[in-house]
Design a protein around this ligand. Sequence first.
Ligand code: 3PY
Ligand code: MG
Length: 259
Amino acid sequence: MTNFSKLLYGQQSAYGTIVTLKDPAVVEMLGYTGYDFAIIDMEHTTMDFSLVEHMIRAAKCVHVSSVVRTPQNDYGAMLRVLDAGADAIMVPHLTTKEQAERTVGTAKYRPIGFRGLDGSSRSAQYGTTPFLEHIERQNKQVTVIGMIEDAIAISNINEIVRVAGLDLLFIGPADLASSLGYQEQFDHPVVMEAIEEIIKVTRHAGLGIGIPAFTPEEVDKYTRWGANFFTIPPIDALLLSHVLASQLKGVKTNLIVDR
Ligand code: 3PY
Ligand code: MG
């Protein structure tokens, strides 16, 4: 389970993956294999809210932190996943300080923000937690994550990292490379330089900073730059597709050899 407060002070790194396969069993597997968090992805999947609630429930069962990536910076979506009990919300394509402020405001109850109140939600243990205790606990515990994946966000990064209540930034290398004009060239020096800059500025501001990684060597490199929150493999479906392809290739090669 991710201890986000420790993470923010740089005492540990956390590992998870982006879950796109629409089955709570994937989240359970992450827990049983020792992962810290699951990013339940509503941005690029057709997952609906009731499935997301079951994914969050599965995460709780195996002591994995549930991070829900919402389709966009949308008040209604964020409120519903937080009321369903998500530990963290992750907003894609965060580009300005105003958007960051709105995200924090949505995630926190007054006086910090303007999250709508409901004492009977799953996050309030269906009303069994006293209302005020629920409010205080959520304001303390809910983690707010913004994704940095647009060239314009790099220009605004110094303002974004100063928004109170923003806990962690997560880099989207695919969109970032594309937006910088280097589609699919994740290793291009311009893209790498941008990633290093984002990591350093964010870390210097005292926020957690995450990025997808394909290999342990990438984790090492990003750790040296200051990152502390990794999806490895980046996405569950990618891993499954690669393993399927390589298993089939192995069998077909063997069949040819046997003949
Ligand atoms: C990106 O690389 O753009 C992402 O959103 C990673 O999930
Ligand atoms: Mg993206």
